[in-house]
Design a protein around this ligand. Sequence first.
Ligand code: TYM
Length: 342
Amino acid sequence: MTEAGFTPRVFSGIQPSGNLHLGNYLGALKRFADAQNQGIQSIYCMVDLHAVTVWQDPAELRHSTRELAAGFIASGLDPAKSILFNQSQVAEHSQLAWVFNCVARMGWMQRMTQFKDKAGKNAQNASLGLFAYPALMAADILAYHATHVPVGEDQKQHLELTRDIAAKFNNDFGVDFFPITEPVIEGTGTRVMSLRDGSKKMSKSDPSDMSRINLTDDADTIARKIRKAKTDPEPLPSEVKGLEERPEARNLVNIYAALADMSVDQVMAEAGGKAFSEFKPMLADLAVEKLAPISGEMSRLMQDVSEIDRILGNGADRARAIAAPILRQTYEIMGMVGPREV
Ligand code: TYM
């Protein structure tokens, strides 16, 4: 139980919009298995309704959703222990999102930096869904009364909004119904940067494929991308402090630490003072060792999409069984007439 009396429950989501990359793996997927293995009830969602806030090719969306499910399983998530499903199969997400559209304030949404980044200069032409995106995200989490949400650093502001929405709903109706969710943003992998520019995060939408390592890249491609990663001419410093002001070097050290389950201090003890001509092959070997089995398992799983669809359908049934009573109670609190909880 949390202090406020909620049973610990983990929820997180990833968009099935293609190019699942090392940032998604280190910032999210790799950490998801930890919660599952600690025996905490864990719910993981392929957020297809979020993906369509920008236009998606239907055939590609279908493929990416299944490939993402394969990525979850290949990263150690066991569909018998964790609940894995795609968002559109559980209508409660959209229904609760509407309620939260009515709770969230325009001003709150206008402050969301991700909307500003994604909409760019042409915000008038962005979809209404892209603007309302964080309210759907709050619904994803709160439909399960999730208490902990593991994510990368870029989702922090959305999780703060989720807390604000929960608190406002509780306050508006004088209840203690929705938990105030804790973001879990821990470790060296929560902000993986582009391999071409240490000041930009690694992202699926970067036009340069050399900027990221995709989970579907083969061993040669992974090694080549690391060899070509931007660095400065100096060797690695001997201490962590020396990485300040050296974003590209810092990024490669962070990636090494996250892949090896080491602290940055431990990596520096092993690799401090080495030239990149020596460190990059070490990193490439490690990345191939850790990622090749995942991409191999993903392609194996993708040979049987009907099995993936069955897993997602089964996960959706289990997810709905949790979310449906929470939505009914939400409606009840708000005064909507309908069948009562028995
Ligand atoms: P998405 O699909 O952009 O990313 C999925 C997860 O990967 C993390 N991530 C990164 N971590 C470290 N370094 C990076 N360069 C990097 N890029 C991405 C993200 O932080 C995220 O954890 N809005 C969410 C999806 C979502 C969600 C939710 C998450 C919808 N509903 C409910 C948690 C709970 C998103 O677009 O993530």
